[in-house]
Design a protein around this ligand. Sequence first.
Ligand SMILES: [Mn+2]
Length: 346
Amino acid sequence: MQRHPAAYPRNTKRFAAHSLDKADPAELKAKASSLGLGFDAMNSNTFQDQDGQPLSYKFGSLSHTDAGTRRQAVEHNLECIEIGKAIGSRALTIWIGDGSNFPGQANFTRQFERYLDAAKAIYAELPDDWRLFTEHKMYEPAFYSTVVQDWGTNYMIAQELGEKAYCLVDLGHHAPNANIEMIVARLIQFGKLGGFHFNDSKYGDDDLDTGSIDPYRLFLVFNELVDAETRKASGFDPAHMLDQSHNVTDPIESLMVSAMEVQRAYAQALLVDRSALDGFQDTNDALMATTTLKTAFRTDVEPILAMARLENGGAVDPVAAYRSAGYRQKVAEIRPEVSGAGGGIV
Ligand SMILES: [Mn+2]
C-alpha cells in the first residue's frame, strides 16, 4: 500500500503532501484553499524506483556508492522543495530505505558520510523559513543495517545539518518495547524534536491505526508533549502527522478515528496533575507518581471531545455522519479505479 502521511489538524487543517503527485501546484493550492485546507511537510520518495527513472535505488539513494545516483536523489528532494514552495509547504521530510542486507555489504562509516554529504546538499537549498525533518527507522527494507536506524543517528544528522534540521519520530519505527516517550523527552530537551508520524504497531512497522494497540503509550508520549508545552520548552513546535496503512478500512474513516485518538491522548495528558506529579517524583513516591498518570489516562474525555467537535462546527460522531452522508459511494462513481499495488514503505 502506498501510504500518504496525513497531517493531524490542530487549529488549521493541513495535510502532508506526497511529492509523487505532479498535479499543477497552483491549481492544487487554490482548490485546497477553497476548502480551508493547507499543506504541511513534503515527503520525498527515494525508497522506490519511479517509472522512467534513469538510475535505480536498489542499492540506496542518498547514500548510494554511485555519485550520479546520489545526485538524482538530491535533485528529487530539491524538486519536492520547489513544489512545496508553490503549495505553501514549509517543511521537507526525508526518509530513506538505504542500508544493507548482509554483513560486510556496506562500510557503515563511508555510507553514512555519503548520506551526510547528500543531506547537506539538500539542506543548503532549504528556504530560510523551512524545516527539514529526517525520519529514522530500525529496519526494512534493509534488514541487516539501516543508515538512519535510530534516534541517535537521527540526532547526529540534525546536529550536523544545522538549526533548521529536526528529528521526526514515527511511532512504528522502533524496536518492540522501546521507550518512545523517553526518546521524545530527549529530543525535546535538546531542541530537536521535529514532529511525529503517528500510528500503532503490534510487531514492527505495522502502521496500524493510531491508538489501536497501545493507547497508554500514545498517552505517555503526549504526557511528554504537554510537559514541554507547559514549561514552554525552547524551540518546541512539533508537527503532528498520521502515517498509517489502511488495508481493511475506509482510509477516511481510519484517519478520522486516528485523529480523535490523538486528540484523546492530548486531552488526557492535559488532565495530569503536574504539580502533584512533580511532588511525587521529588519525594520518590513511585506508586503515587504512576497513579497520577493513570488517573488522567482513565478519565473518560469523550464527552469533552464530542463537545469540542460540535463547537468547532464538526460532527459529534464523525464516522456516523460520514457514513450517512454517503460520500464514499458518491466519489466511487466519479473517480477512476486505481490499483492498490505498490508496496510503499515509509
Ligand atoms: Mn513514517
